[in-house]
Ligand binder design. Structure first.
Ligand code: G3P
Length: 218
């Protein structure tokens, strides 16, 4: 399973990349706004800066909601760097845009996915990645992980090539379950990735090893 970080914060992207386990980055307009990145030129430069840090794919989201606008933006974003994946919302024109961009050899990430029917359509259109939003489903008392399991099964039965990118991750359990259920990728805030490292028995065990070594060598 690939690990993407879900942020536009360059320091956090560098910190995750330094761990040596980072496979890519996802962003969205809310994450860009959180970093105060505004205006087309600044947005483009910020994506370029992200691409210079990481080796893998970098999702950059369009803000148009009509076919022509999405294509125009998608082509502009894809021209920034070959790592750019154009993130397109799961709406009618979005499906058409995914189909078109895919035919032009541009990678796409179908976002704002909350149901299995949407997952089927995105795969049919040829999306490179599909982003089901686990946490936002949990927020409204649906089990986001059930959706991941359902899509994994459908894609396996149908032989779809689209990679399932579990998004809207809120905690380390989401990451563990996404791996267990067969998601191809998770995208997560840095905090939940780092939380995977922590175990109280690791900390107390290390403390004892170091104390015993010190006692033995003093
Ligand atoms: O990037 C899309 C997704 O990961 C958003 O997460 O926490 O805003 O639901 P969240």
């Amino acid at each position: 399973m690939k690990f993407f970080i879900d942020t536009a914060n360059l320091a956090q992207i560098k910190e995750a990349n330094d761990l040596g386990i980072l496979d890519g980055v996802t962003t969205n307009p809310s994450l860009m706004a959180k970093e105060g990145i505004k205006g087309t030129d600044n947005v483009m430069q910020h994506y370029k800066a992200i691409c210079e840090i990481v080796e893998g794919d970098v999702s950059a989201e369009v803000i148009s909601i009509d076919f022509d606008g999405m294509i125009r933006e998608g082509e502009m974003l894809a021209a920034i760097d070959e790592k750019i994946v154009v993130k397109i919302p799961m709406i009618k024109d979005g499906i058409k845009a995914i189909k078109y961009l895919t035919s032009m050899g541009i990678k796409t990430n179908c976002t704002l996915v909350f149901g299995p029917g949407q997952a089927i359509l995105a795969a049919k259109a040829g999306a490179t990645y599909l982003s089901p939003f686990i946490g936002r489903l949990d927020d409204i008392s649906y089990d986001g992980m059930d959706l991941i399991a359902q899509i994994v099964q459908i894609y396996a039965v149908q032989g779809y090539q689209t990679q399932i990118l579990a998004a809207s991750i809120r905690n380390p359990i989401h990451i563990i379950k996404a791996a267990q259920y067969g998601a191809h990728v998770i995208t997560s805030p840095l905090e939940s990735i780092l939380a995977l490292i922590k175990h109280p028995l690791t900390d107390s065990g290390l403390e004892k090893f170091l104390a015993d070594h010190k006692k033995n060598n003093s």
